[in-house]
Design a protein around this ligand. Sequence first.
Ligand code: NAP
Length: 280
Amino acid sequence: MAEGGRKAFVCGHPVAHSRSPMIHSHWLQQFGVAGSYTAQDVAPGYLPNFLASFPERGFVGGNVTIPHKEAAFALVAQRDEAAELIGAVNTLWRQEGALHGGNTDAYGFAANLDEKVSCWAKSRSAVVLGAGGAARAVVFALQQRGIADVRIVNRTVERARDLSYRFRGGVTGHPWDALADLLPDADLLVNTTSLGMHGEDATVPNLENLPEHAIVTDIVYVPLQTPLLAAAAARGLKTVDGLGMLLHQAVPGFERWFGIRPTVMPELRSIIVADLETRA
Ligand code: NAP
């Protein structure tokens, strides 16, 4: 073991904005683990070398963030089931001499809803806005939890359809202008587009057609209360913000590298909320 305990990282480019070091450092301190978790800025051309050499630099593993999740998928020797279906890797570790990659975004998405609105998994139909990398993890989570009818709605309809073909039956792709017709029997609405992100176009889809029992969740967490969540709350619908997904997706990696399974507690959430407010 490296001097000073086990070392883990998050690699991305840029990576300074990542909250992962705050999350893992909080747990290291909470459990009195002598280890570290640091941000490593790795430019795309250096990723193969970084992934091949991190054990020599004393790291036991780490996270992968934008823009490396797809590239890391191609570079690992073994992948878990989630990574395989999602087509992206966000967690790395070494096992029996080989580099393994997993994806914990789907776990984080589902665990956040489990914590906040445990009835969500009884949903029969869900509408997912967006068809990018995050949408793949969300659709995987919805299928894993038995939601039979998943409708992906995207500005570029071809991407919605292509994404639907990755999954077994029950997932369909639709153009943005079909949204009004898809909402009346939706139990769950998930935004995975960058719409509403700080400084981005904040056009909110019309939520009038959603049933009264519908749950609305946004995986964007800057700002915490996105325009979509504000509109849903104004209509009296249950809402869940995206910060919990970020916190929960970190749990399996911490357990793998440091040997303790942490629980996401309100104190950690408050620390990250304070940081989001400071950096806003
Ligand atoms: P991505 O692969 O770039 O996909 C972006 C998606 O947003 C695409 O579907 C794109 O549609 C859509 N979009 C962008 N601008 C739009 C607009 N003006 N109108 C309508 N649709 C628009 O990004 P990603 O990796 O999936 O990430 C999406 C968001 O999720 C980001 O804000 C990210 O921070 C967040 N996220 C959060 C967590 C978490 O832990 N909470 C985890 C992962 C990601 P087109 O296909 O038509 O371009």
